[in-house]
Ligand binder design. Sequence first.
Ligand SMILES: [Zn+2]
Length: 201
Amino acid sequence: MKDLIRQLLAELGENPAREGLIDTPKRVEKALRFLTSGYTADVDSVLNNALFTVDYNEMVIVKDIDFYSLCEHHLLPFFGKCHIAYIPRGKVIGLSKIPRLVEVFARRLQIQERMTNQIAETITAKIDPLGVAVVIEATHLCMAMRGVEKQNSFAITSAMLGGFRTDARTRMEFLELIRVPFPVAHRLPHGRDDRDPVSAG
Ligand SMILES: [Zn+2]
């Protein structure tokens, strides 16, 4: 990877041998390995010993989970907050494991919609709850930094499964607790690329 990064620096018009850049390939490789470490993370070992059988069937909410990810279209960061709720059906996930689960999917090349669904589907697969809700609010630097449609650099996505999908009151209770303004149009920055030749590719 270091050779590729040296090559990339040269392509950008830089001198990879100058003092400030001499260790950059090494640093970039290390950073990228960390930022994509979700590929090699194993969900089961992350949740290891943290699934508990309980007699509790009220909504569990973990809100304001900070995350940082990389958009797969531009390799630039998108970051923000993830809010998760579920209604247990005899099993819960240790609360401290939920942010770890978000990291598994954030530390990859991602799109916000897929990350939202992956988190919801994983919780469903692991504890078979009565319902799962995941809302992600994020700012996309690929839009904000390039000066393209700045007002659309912020996006909210949601995945509502089970009771959160079928029961509007359950859904509203969750949305009120996390204070996300809904109904939300799923305005995603990448959806606009087709119509905007400047940002295409
Ligand atoms: Zn992007």
